[in-house]
Design a protein around this ligand. Structure first.
Ligand SMILES: [Zn+2]
Length: 84
């Protein structure tokens, strides 16, 4: 699936071809919505930013520990056709 995936150099919002990559380091960590204590784990994201419209897409830099953290600490969204 490449639709809207800005890693391919195309903005998913405006369709433009001015996508730049940076790194975003989360200061307070990553937790499930609304709750829980903050975890010390500070994920680093590859950030893909459109210079034309500002749309930004983040991809966490995954290793086995980060994947495990995500699977155990965050809220899973089962694949679905509609919201709600
Ligand atoms: Zn854009």
């Amino acid at each position: 699936m490449t639709d809207g995936d800005m890693r391919y150099g195309r903005c998913g919002a405006c369709g433009g071809g001015e996508v730049y990559r940076g790194e975003y380091v989360a200061q307070a960590g990553l937790r499930k919505p609304g709750g829980g204590k903050f975890r010390a784990k500070q994920p680093v994201f590859d950030a893909y930013v459109c210079a034309a419209c500002g749309n930004t897409q983040l991809h966490v830099q995954l290793d086995a520990k980060m994947a495990s953290h995500i699977r155990h600490e965050l809220e899973w969204i089962p694949p679905q056709k509609r919201l709600g």
